[in-house]
Unconditional design. Structure first.
Ligand code: BTN
Length: 306
């Protein structure tokens, strides 16, 4: 991880190291501070200064890092968390060169999107409730998008945000736990805001939609990030107060998946078809198969057939 980050930084003349050998001798603490400092330096497209101005946040205060380009904000956020980042933090990048999606997929991340990761250090979260954080983040993204006067916003299980059936946002949550305690959670959020469609592959062009396309105008990324952080804090408070039913209710109200017939693929390739009945209190999908039995799906892919 350290070497991957270093290589990218050398390539871009961002840190003054003469040779690869020298890198190995850099003290890790010093290295982390250098990278963090870089995240506070002015970038061209997403202004940290504007973002911090009037940022009314109990959760994140000033630990907000904005980069011009990183491999993946989730990867960097995990690195910070592993290296002892003590507070809740945000890692944002204007572009990602190795953006990661769910289920090992790549995530195209050109300029014009929001690519960010939240590092959350919860005091007391039961492991069984961790997946609800992803659902809660989905609700926060959906509410954010709706606030720009877009009506047709839905959430496809577990965490795709759709406008008129096309994907505008995806969420990748990665948690690290010791025994039964969660050490930290990294929540990666990608939102297609203003990017030019010619900068993404045909597949992404076909299946996704940007906020600019949906609203008919360019909306500044910083404005969207601020609104998202506001929405996230609101729902995260519900979560911290263990008001899980409220999180689930808000998710269910915006669900694209419930009531549809789908093809489900679980990790290790078990797959089956069935009607999606709902989600349970842990956020797992409940699917009724042809023989009338109910299957609980904790993670996997869900392709809607009709
Ligand atoms: C999905 O497959 O739908 C999840 C996509 C998550 C993408 C975001 S962009 C910011 C963060 N960094 C990553 O590498 N991935 C997540």
């Amino acid at each position: 991880m350290k070497n991957e980050i270093v290589n990218l930084l050398i390539k871009e003349n961002k840190i003054p190291v003469e040779s690869v050998d020298e890198i190995a001798t850099i003290d890790i603490g010093e290295f982390v501070s250098t990278i963090k400092e870089l995240g506070t330096v002015k970038t061209d497209y997403i202004s940290r200064e504007k973002l911090m101005k009037d940022l009314n946040s109990d959760l994140f205060e000033d630990n907000v890092y904005v980069y011009k380009e990183v491999l993946s904000t989730n990867t960097l956020a995990k690195f910070f968390a592993e290296q002892g980042e003590v507070k809740n933090s945000i890692v944002i990048s204007e572009k990602q060169t190795k953006g990661r999606g769910r289920l090992g997929k790549t995530w195209e991340s050109p300029l014009g999107g929001i690519w960010l990761s939240l590092i959350i250090k919860p005091d007391d979260i039961e492991q069984s409730k961790a997946s609800l954080i992803t659902l809660a983040t989905g609700v926060a993204v959906a509410n954010t998008i709706r606030s720009f006067n877009i009506d047709d916003v839905e959430i496809k299980w577990p965490n795709d945000i759709l406008i008129g059936g096309k994907k505008i946002s995806g969420i990748l949550t990665e948690a690290t736990a010791t025994l039964n305690t969660i050490k930290y959670i990294v929540i990666g959020v990608g939102i297609d805001v203003n990017f030019e469609t010619e900068n993404v592959s045909d597949d992404v062009q076909e299946l996704s939609i940007s906020l600019k396309e949906a609203s008919g105008k360019k909306i500044e990324e910083v404005v969207v990030i601020k609104k998202f952080l506001e929405e996230f804090e609101k729902i995260f408070k519900e979560f911290e107060n263990k008001n899980y039913e409220s999180v689930l209710k808000q998710w269910r109200q915006q669900s694209y998946s419930i009531g549809k017939y789908a093809h489900i693929t679980e990790p290790f390739d078990t797959s089956f078809d069935g009607y999606i009945i709902g989600i349970n209190k842990e956020g797992a999908l409940i699917v009724e198969t042809a023989d009338g039995s109910l299957q609980k799906v904790i993670s996997g892919e869900c392709k809607i057939k009709k």
